[in-house]
Design a binder for this molecule. Structure first.
Ligand code: GTP
Ligand code: MG
Length: 741
């Protein structure tokens, strides 16, 4: 795609020689009678308002649209067109709100499994007839499909064996169908990408979970080693997987997701099968790590003393994430700031300028400082978090540039989970601020997310003010709207600072502006000064080690490198850490913290650890490294307090959600609505509510498909927070209040 675009933007007349070299030519160009340089074949935005394909034809005449032929297959059973037609004319019977919700959720599941094969009418009728039971509806539809195929087969004898087998294949139960699906998904995931490079999108890495080998045992505080995982839960082992699923009262979707991982190790479904024989057999087959708990280090270290000695005289460290709606100018703003700071050399900047000009994206030259992959540069969109370190007068700042596009919110959450404070960038251009701020825009969602992740300090960069002539009116208009909104989200006025600036022209980033139109009304801090003013949160250096892996890549030899923020504790070379959920004890071979003394890291540091003694196949983004004698708890079911926002359908029991926690995205189910609570006082308003609506708060139980490393909010504030998302939209923020299983 990007290559294609590059060629479109090339000046073909000039580049013709080298163009030949790159592409080679199998046809003699002179015989072609058409040069790629011919003006009329090149696309130009300015040339024609209507960019229809017809404008590229020499005659200039539009191609007439053909009359749509009436499709005969419309009346054949199972035809896609028929189902569409059927759906468009169908009117649903009146249902209660709760049934509506159930219907739409089951319909979605059926669409996921069966595709567009059945019309809305067929689906609705089947679901209602089967009392809103997913499995029963699926079975009914599949049987219906099979009988239709069989009837067709009677009318038309088989011409060959393959056809006959095909029809046979249709006659299967829902479970078999789902199993087949899970198998095919497995084969897809098993083809998963090799170990990612340094910038690992969390979503992708999480997707590789299926390739995990057998998992092991975790030593606990008492030195016992509770069994966490029981090896392979192979599909053919029907008795176990189906039985366990039924016991856990899982939906078919969950059973599927459970099975889809199960060719590879189940990292932790606690098998409730009482058959001890089978258990013993599996235990034998499951390799385990040392059952004696390892100690983090042999010699105790006075961590506080060490911290004072090593960091006492140094600048404070601040982790800063830059968020905001897509194209608000985040990367340009921070790229330009880094350049003005002297963090990016003049030569490099010149290179970016020339290269971006070549592909017609010169306005992104400063964004290229942070957008460093080819995809990001050619598309002009940040995809993954970029990290850079720079210094202000009083602070050493780790900058995390987040993507703004809603498709990449999981990556944004990963970055934001590593930050202490944030810059929210808004585009001051006429209508652009409003587009980002309206419901569904990322300005609101990002502000909500960072507040829910525990950040309380915020700098708002009112960017692109050059496009509105540095208008004070526009600045005030934006400030008023945002102030009101941010207050409702939970930011105190005193903790939010508004800075007018322009990332492209560099106005008011590092030095006060010299532009009369701006400095006639603005005398506040520059963006850099605003960052410098932010307070650094306390570092829990004496607490047990906790680090969520947000990045991993292969090191030298058999070593692996893992990156992330050290949430709590202290790590030095030679330390032994416990990797969870796999439960392996690893040895730290190297500690790298940018711009700090190597071989030690303290809480709050963005760090890269080189570790040995780990099987790369069991290592994943989202896993935790922790103190072996005080491991992070593993949970498959938790109780949590959530606040709901931005949901269209009320949340009911059984809803499937995406659980976002640190660098992890996991499928989960709302198992129980315990109570509805008051949003601010936390008092119970209603016990066992049937649904939780928008803007309400509640106590709920969440069920995962495997054990996850989670901390209680009251024990570790930074690690007890999570987000819930449904189909790409954030619907709730929550705090873990209890680990139930
Ligand atoms: P994502 O990361 O993809 O969400 O985008 P972003 O917020 O990082 O925006 P980016 O820096 O990629 O800039 C988007 C566009 O806005 C580019 O064409 C920039 O040149 C333009 N832009 C950024 N800042 C300014 C500014 O201050 N003034 C003007 N006029 N344009 C700007
Ligand atoms: Mg960007």
């Amino acid at each position: 795609m990007s290559r294609h675009r590059n060629y479109r933007n090339l000046d073909f007349e000039e580049e013709y020689d080298s163009y030949d070299e790159v592409l080679g030519h199998s046809v003699d160009d002179s015989e072609c009678g058409m040069s790629p340089g011919m003006e009329q074949y090149l696309y130009s935005r300015s040339k024609d308002a209507a960019h229809g394909f017809a404008s590229y034809l020499p005659t200039g005449e539009d191609i007439k649209e053909e009359e749509e032929a009436v499709d005969e297959t419309l009346h054949q059973p199972g035809s896609l067109d028929r189902s569409r037609h059927d759906s468009s004319t169908y009117e649903k019977p009146p249902l209660s709100t709760e049934d509506e919700v159930r219907l739409s959720s089951i319909m979605d599941e059926l669409h996921n499994i069966l595709g567009d094969k059945y019309s809305e009418r067929e689906l609705t009728q089947t679901i209602i007839a089967n009392k809103f039971e997913l499995e029963a509806s699926l079975n009914a539809l599949l049987h219906k499909g099979a009988s239709a195929a069989a009837a067709a087969a009677v009318a038309q004898p088989f011409s060959n064996r393959a056809e006959r087998d095909n029809v046979k294949g249709n006659d299967q139960t829902a479970s078999a169908y789902v199993e087949q699906l899970s198998l095919s998904r497995n084969s897809d995931t098993n083809k998963s990408a090799p170990l990612q490079g340094k910038r690992t999108p969390a979503s992708k890495a999480v997707g590789n979970l299926a390739a995990t080998p057998v998992v092991v045992a975790t030593p606990n505080k008492n030195g016992n080693t509770p069994r966490v995982v029981r090896g392979f839960d192979v599909l053919s082992n029907d008795g176990i997987s189906k039985g366990a699923a039924a016991e856990n009262n899982l939906s078919i979707n969950e059973q599927e997701s459970k099975r889809s991982r199960s060719n590879t190790p189940v990292r932790g479904w606690r098998d409730k099968d009482k058959d001890k024989e089978k258990d013993k057999l599996r235990e034998k087959e499951t390799p385990t790590v040392a059952r004696t708990p390892a100690k983090i280090r042999d010699k105790a270290v006075d961590v506080e003393m060490c911290y004072k000695q090593q960091r006492g005289g140094e600048k404070d460290l601040l982790n800063l994430v830059v968020v905001g709606h897509v194209d608000a100018g985040k990367s340009t703003l921070m790229g330009h700031l880094l350049y003005l700071q002297g963090n990016v050399g003049q030569r490099m900047m010149h290179k970016y300028e020339q290269e971006s000009k070549k592909i017609g994206k010169q306005s992104f030259m400063y964004a290229w400082v942070l957008d460093d992959t080819e995809e990001e540069r050619s598309r002009g969109v940040t995809v993954d978090i970029a990290q850079r370190v720079f210094e202000s007068d009083k602070k050493k700042i780790t900058l995390l540039d987040a993507p703004g596009h809603k498709d990449f919110i999981p990556n944004m959450i990963t970055g934001a989970a590593r930050a202490d404070v944030a810059i929210l960038v808004v585009d001051a251009t006429t209508d652009a601020f409003e587009a980002g701020f309206e419901s569904g825009g990322q300005t609101r969602e990002h502000a909500l997310l960072i507040r829910s992740l525990g950040m309380t300090q915020l700098a708002v960069a009112v960017n692109k003010l050059d496009t509105v002539n540095w208008s004070q009116e526009r600045f005030m208009e934006i400030k008023t709207s945002l102030r009101h909104f941010l207050k409702t989200v939970g930011f105190k006025d005193a903790d939010v600072i508004y800075v007018p600036c322009s990332g492209l022209s560099g106005e008011n980033l590092v030095k006060p502006s010299t532009i009369e139109a701006l400095n006639s009304w603005y005398t506040g801090p520059t963006l850099l000064q605003a960052i410098d003013k932010m307070k650094v949160p306390e570092r829990a250096v004496t607490r047990p080690v906790r680090m969520c892996i947000s990045d991993l890549y292969k090191g030298q030899g058999s070593n692996m490198c893992v990156g992330g923020k050290l949430d709590t504790g202290y790590v030095q070379n030679g330390d032994r850490l416990l990797l969870l959920p796999p439960g392996e004890v690893v040895t730290v071979k190297g500690v790298q913290v940018e711009n700090a003394e190597p071989s030690t890291a303290f809480a709050g540091d963005p760090v890269t650890l080189t570790i040995s003694g780990v099987d790369p196949n069991v290592l994943h983004v989202g896993d935790f490294l922790c103190d072996p004698s005080e491991p992070i708890p593993l949970a498959t079911r938790v109780q949590a307090r959530i606040v709901l926002f931005n949901i269209k359908v009320p949340l009911i029991e059984g809803t499937q959600v995406d659980f976002h926690y640190q660098s992890l995205t996991e499928p989960a189910k709302i198992r129980k609505l315990v109570s509805q609570v008051h949003k601010t006082t936390g008092q119970i308003v209603k016990k066992r509510p049937r649904a939780l609506v928008n803007n309400s708060a509640g106590l709920i139980e969440i069920q995962f498909t495997r054990p996850l490393c989670l901390e209680l909010f009251r024990d570790y504030k930074e690690l007890g927070r999570f987000m819930l998302r449904i189909r790409g939209a954030t619907i709730a923020a929550g705090l873990v209040t209890q680990i139930l299983n």
